[in-house]
Design a binder for this molecule. Structure first.
Ligand code: NAP
Length: 432
């Protein structure tokens, strides 16, 4: 028995996927039953790393998703369109779909899963979060017995590379970004990565799986790393922290409500925390649940080979089901996504967290006292206050708060900003 896949896209991940499928020796035996039926690309005359027989390649992607010979569509185009329309057309034609496209799933997952459930086909997406790290299937299956309380992680390799380089070399953001672009770790237009949008897509997907409800992508609070400076990285280091772009989904069950915190922002992470040592382009995702406790997934979050490993594992899962049950009638609830309700998202003002803030102050007597009083007036208690530098004729004061409601902290900052002693507040970051 053989199963044919239609590959949409033959770039970095498409090529990695073809490499695995064309060289099954020493891998799982089911791979020998999977063949590449057609491959859809934008340009036929582009030089390719793998020579495919020319009749496999086409620029007519619609003909692939409607081809009766194809069992599974593997969407590796990227972007929103035509990826979304082709996925929907594949589903309408009764095909199972594997995708690595977090942007499409985070925005159109509802529509896609509703159609897939109607048609009785699977849409699997292991490669969409964490590249090669198996995290989607564990969340759906292996951790299914747990009541998940939080999912947090470093899910964007580009920003992790930039922050790691800034930290190790003492370099500034723009300098490191330029180097990352030169090395191919960052796109020419780095917005999706450095402004946190890619991480937001991924945490929306993880939250939906971990907390069993639909999540609207626009509900994810999102701050990127452009404002993180080498100065703050150095101060964080002296205070025992590293700065990471964290994507966080956390259940905040109170007696009368069950809401989710959903946010992406640069965060001071204690050096002893498990996520603090995930460096460079690596990703790490820490899941906490009851009764398991903490489990961490760590590995290469991108790259043709690692991402293809996740893509092909999804294809194998579908083939396994097709082999055991012929045509699927009812979807396996452990593999499909059938969420009816939307998760309730907590507003950021109600969030309780620690903060780091750096102030530039004029040299007037009692400035630390004024700061302390303004914080105290708004119910913000300070864990540490350090006057650690002189910048020109201004004193640099860094504070770390205890857990405080975000709303109270922001109100305190408004009051502090109006103090005569305060010149400016160059940075405000959250602390884990
Ligand atoms: P890529 O290298 O840019 O390849 C994209 C492929 O899709 C190319 O073969 C391109 O054709 C084809 N394509 C794009 N738009 C098309 C259109 N309108 N019509 C026909 N063909 C089109 O992208 P990638 O890095 O492999 O990424 C693919 C997906 O995997 C994306 O969703 C990405 O987010 C996800 N992903 C990538 C990584 C990674 O490390 N790269 C990691 C995790 C997830 P041509 O070859 O003719 O240009």
């Amino acid at each position: 028995m053989t199963f044919k896949i239609g590959l949409l896209g033959f770039g970095v991940v498409g090529t990695g996927t073809a490499k695995i499928l064309l060289d099954p020796f020493g891998r799982h035996p089911v791979l020998k039953e999977i063949t590449i039926g057609r491959v859809g690309v934008r340009t036929l005359d582009k030089p390719r790393e793998i020579e495919l027989s020319p009749h496999l390649l086409t620029t007519d992607l619609e003909s692939i998703v409607t081809d009766p010979e194809i069992d599974i569509i593997v969407e590796l185009l990227g972007g929103l369109e035509p990826a979304r329309s082709l996925i929907l057309k594949a589903i309408a034609s009764g095909k199972h779909v594997v995708t690595a496209n977090k942007a499409v799933i985070a925005r159109f997952g509802d529509e896609i899963y509703a159609k897939a459930n109607e048609k009785g086909v699977y849409v699997l997406l292991e490669a969409a979060v964490g590249g090669g790290i198996p995290v989607i299937k564990p969340l759906k299956q292996s951790l299914g017995a747990n009541r998940i309380s939080s999912i947090m992680g470093i899910v964007n390799g580009t920003t992790n590379y930039i922050l790691t380089e800034m930290s190790q070399k003492g370099a500034d953001f723009s300098e490191v970004l330029a180097k990352a672009q030169e090395l191919g770790y960052a796109e020419a237009d780095p917005t999706a990565d450095v402004d946190g949008f890619d991480a937001a897509d991924k945490i929306a997907i993880l939250a939906s799986l971990g907390f069993g409800g639909r999540v609207k992508r626009e509900d994810v609070y999102c701050e990127g790393i452009r404002q993180v400076s080498a100065v703050d990285i150095a101060y964080a280091d002296r205070l025992g922290f590293v700065i990471k772009l964290l994507a966080i989904a956390k259940d905040t069950v109170k007696e009368d409500s069950d809401t989710l915190e959903l946010r992406v922002h640069p965060t001071l992470v204690p050096k002893i925390h498990p996520l603090a040592n995930a460096n460079g382009v690596y990703n790490a995702i820490l899941v906490e649940g009851e009764p398991l406790g903490q489990v961490m997934f760590y590995g290469p979050g991108a790259g043709g080979g690692p991402t293809a490993s996740a893509v092909v594992s999804d294809v194998m899962n579908i083939v396994g089901i097709l082999k055991s049950s012929g045509k699927t009638k009812e979807l396996d609830p452990l593999l499909s996504c059938i969420h009816q309700h939307y998760c309730q998202i907590a507003p950021m003002e109600s969030l309780s967290t620690r903060f780091y803030a750096r102030f530039l102050c004029r040299d007037v007597p009692g400035v630390i006292g004024h700061l302390g009083m303004a914080f105290g007036d708004h119910g913000v208690s300070l864990e540490s206050v350090v006057q650690i530098g002189i910048r020109g004729d201004l004193a640099e004061i860094v504070v770390v708060t205890h857990d405080v409601r975000e709303g109270n902290f922001r109100n305190a900052l408004v009051a502090i900003d109006s103090l005569e002693a305060i010149d400016s507040i160059p940075s405000i970051l959250r602390v884990l």
